[in-house]
Design a protein around this ligand. Structure first.
Ligand code: NAP
Length: 258
């Protein structure tokens, strides 16, 4: 974990979903180090770190959590997510329903249940994906991530009058259990499209989430932040640039050549 302010979330209670997963666990670690009290939720419960068994698609579980939690909630990170990798002609209704339940409905249920417990200055962070900005091939996953962008903007508008901020972070290729389940070609092709030429770490996503939760981001709401090593900024032309460099024998820019 990189160095950062170890007290800027002291006294804050923050709910994190998908807390047993790759990015979610890094977020929990980061927030606890910054002094927050974290309520860590995942359908997979773990003893260390303490993660409570919880199905984010179950509205009744959200209502129960809100009813039993008498104190103020200062932050919410909707990180739980699932992928479905079928393409346009193979995708099933079940793929669509499953992806939307976890990736779209669950953040909505969480916001409905917990935002009444939030004071002015509270912060909600949804975890999107660069799939939400592109024509990424897995249609259920991609459309669900585009939808959670819409939810983010709608919620930012609705909750703004109460001083509650809502933003979305779009990770690029990050090594986690989710991406480990994809074919190797997905990893190499993704890194090939990344300006920085490497995968991102879970902590690099967690650092941006921590920033959005703290008061340094007090005037940021309805914003989308990519943490993708430049994968989306070139608009899909990196492979063209790389191909022409190879075809014309143009040398890469090195430290020595500038
Ligand atoms: P991960 O390691 O698979 O973690 C996701 C966690 O969410 C898992 O522990 C998963 O449990 C849990 N979860 C799924 N459905 C749930 C439910 N109904 N209730 C409670 N928990 C549930 O994936 P990750 O890579 O860390 O992804 C975290 C988020 O980042 C996701 O929203 C993902 O779409 C997004 N993201 C990841 C990448 C990447 O490159 N890794 C890129 C862009 C966006 P199970 O293990 O039981 O499914």
């Amino acid at each position: 974990m990189t160095a950062h302010n170890s007290e800027r979330l002291t006294g804050k209670t923050i709910v994190v979903t998908g807390a047993a997963g790759g990015i979610g666990a890094a977020i929990v670690g980061r927030l606890e180090h910054a002094g927050a009290e974290v309520i860590a939720l995942d359908r997979t419960s773990t003893a260390v770190p303490p993660v409570r068994g919880f199905d984010v698609t179950d509205a009744q579980q959200w209502r129960t959590l809100a009813d039993r939690h008498a104190r103020t909630i200062h932050g919410l990170v909707n990180c739980a997510g699932i992928t479905r990798r079928a393409r346009l002609h193979e995708v099933t209704a079940a793929d669509m329903t499953d992806a939307y339940a976890v990736n779209v409905l669950a953040p909505l249920l969480a916001i409905q249940a917990l935002s009444p417990l939030m004071p002015a200055g509270a912060s909600i962070v949804n975890i999107g994906s660069i799939a939400a900005l592109t024509a990424h091939y897995p249609v259920a996953y991609t459309t669900s991530k585009w939808a959670v962008r819409g939810l983010t903007h709608t919620a930012a508008l609705a909750l703004g009058e109460r001083g509650i901020r809502v933003n979305i972070v779009h990770p690029g290729f990050i090594d986690t259990p989710m991406t480990a389940s994809a074919p190797d070609a997905f990893r190499s092709a993704s890194i090939g499209e990344t300006a920085l030429g490497r995968a991102g770490s879970t902590d690099e996503v967690a650092g941006t989430v921590e920033f959005l939760l703290c008061d340094d981001a007090a005037y940021i709401t309805g914003s989308e932040i990519t943490v993708d090593g430049g994968a989306t900024s070139h608009g899909g032309v990196k492979s063209i640039s790389d191909a022409l460099r190879a075809a014309t024998n143009t040398p890469s820019i090195t430290k020595e050549s500038v």
